[in-house]
Structures are given as C-alpha cells and as structure tokens.
Ligand binder design. Sequence first.
Ligand code: TXA
Ligand code: MG
Length: 336
Amino acid sequence: MLPTKENIQTVGKALREGMLAGIPTETVYGLAADALNGKAVSEIFKAKGRPMDNPLIVHISDFFQIERFSLVREIPKAVYALAEKFWPGPLTIIMPKGSAIPDEVSAGLDTVAIRFPSHPVTKAVITAADRPLAAPSANTSGSPSPTTAGHVYHDMQGKIPYILDGGICEVGVESTVVTLCTDVPTLLRPGGITPLQLESVLGKIQISDAVLHKLKDGEKAESPGMKYKHYAPRANLILVKAEDEKYRDFVNSKADNTVGALCYDEDEKFLNVRTFVFGAKNDYSSQANRLFDALREIDETDIQTVYGRCPDTEGMALAVYNRLIRSAGFEVIELA
Ligand code: TXA
Ligand code: MG
C-alpha cells in the first residue's frame, strides 16, 4: 500500500502490537518488527527462513532513542562523529549491546547493530510505532535483497500483513556495517558509505577478510551474515575479470540460448546473448542501484549460465563486488 499518513499510522500501530511489515528504506526494503519484542522478532526469522544465529539491525528515527530505549551499554565516542557526518543514512554501527535488546535481535552476541535511516517513510514508520525497529532485508534468506515493493511481495506474499510501497530504493545495496567493538574499527560489510568516507572520521580502519574473500571452512565470521551463501540466482553465475573487448569476445564465443550476460550498459550492444544490465561501467552508484533487480531478472528466465562482469573494488564498487562475488559463489575467470 502507499505510504499515506493514514497507512503509516496503521503500520506503526500494527508493529507496536507485534506484527511484521515490509517497509522501504534508502538502501533496500526491510522486514520490520518491534526490536524490543523478542516474540515479534522471531517471526521475522520464520518469514525469511533466516538462520537464528544471524543478528538483526535495529533502526531508529532519532539519535536520542539509543539512550531512551537502552539499546546500548555505552555509546563509543566515535559514534558521535560518525553520526554527525553519516546519519541519517546508509551506515550501521555495531556497539556494545544494551539491556533492552532481546537475544533474538543480537543472536546471543554481546553487541548490537544500530542504524538511523534517511528515507522519510522509514523515519515516519519508526516514529509512528514509537519503537526502534529490527529489520533485515525483506527477502527470503539467500535471495537478492529487495529494492522494490514488488520484490518484497514476490518473496513475502501470504507471510506478512503489510507492505508499504515507497518506490525504488535509491542506494540499492544494504548499508555499510562498521564495528566499533574491535581494537581498530572494522568494516564488516561495504555499502553506500565507502571505506574512505569512514576513514575521514575514524582514521585507519580494518577491512574484514570476509568482505573480499571466501571464509575458509570453520573460520569464524565477524559478521555472521557473511558466512552464508547469498544473493545467488538459480542460474550458474560466473564472473569474468577482463577488459571490455575480451569480456565481450569471451561471452560471444559461448553464445547459445541458455547463456546470458550480467553486464554494463556499454556492453549490451556488442553481445549476442540475452543481457541483464547492472548500470554503467564508471558509475558505481548506478551499479549498486541496479544490481539486485538485474539478479532477480535472471530468475524470470530459463537462462542456465550467466557470465557476469567482475566489478571494480574502489569506493562504492566495493559494495557491488562484495555482493556479486557471493552471487557467483566466488567463481571468477580471469582473462589476461
Ligand atoms: O541497509 C540495510 O542494512 C538493510 C535495511 C533494511 O536497513 N538491512 C539489512 O539487514 O541489510 P540484514 O539483516 O540483511 O543484514 C544485517 C547484517 C548481517 O550481515 C548481520 O550478520 C550483520 O549485519 N550484523 C547484525 N548485527 C551484528 C552484530 N552485532 N555484529 C556483527 N554483525 C552484525
Ligand atoms: Mg539481508
């Protein structure tokens, strides 16, 4: 439904009463519940089919809600500077968990993830609920995150009573996650706020191994979400690291009607296979904005093998690379 004032009040009340709702944010759509109600939160895990050991992000619409609702044990000093610069916006900060956070939210960890989103509808819903909202991305666990209300409906129909339609998400990939609970602040998930932007406030940060590499068997994930297979289309997706012409020749050499290409705008007219475009080569924001929709588009077809362009790892492109490499199960062909 449309996010009219009346509908936002209806959803706010339903959330307060322990129900779930699909809501837009500037990054991806979220599946929200009252973050202080463990039973409501456990329904999120059921609706998504999410492993219970993967903690959720708590969303606020006002900085003072952190203290008012006892969300954290203490606010690390760096939070103020980060908030000043990047909140409201696509940044999630991990802090020491407060007494009000149910175990369902933190998955038993001693820390909690907090985000203050900028989307006016998200803020209005949190304010209407008068509660912090726990909200993972509103997809079935393992699928690409939803960037339209239609994506949420596709995954959640029959499972949740409300979906607010706020149009297409501007950023298109999930928020940057940084933890302040390690000796040196550590980037756990790249997103709309880049490592350089974080370093402008925090000084040198670490980048968790799991951002760029596959975790080895038995290796512990600093961010539990990083250990799961994620964002994968049904088709076999293989990334191809190559210059423009080499990529195009390679894909065309494989051309038949079971083969597709997950490519940049600029590639499309050179390719003889079905194409799924995810933005322009040098416009990383457009790639983030288009990526999940392009991955979902692959699932609408019978294509069996998709050769994807291997994104850069600079700035915003790191977020795109991090998602795509998981979609491809870390399978990369490098053409010299
Ligand atoms: O943009 C976003 O962040 C979206 C929108 C809805 O706000 N939400 C989102 O939530 O992407 P989700 O649940 O799909 O991803 C949360 C990530 C997971 O990788 C999870 O493991 C990590 O954050 N996380 C949550 N709490 C954590 C904690 N205490 N320590 C380490 N990682 C944590
Ligand atoms: Mg998710």
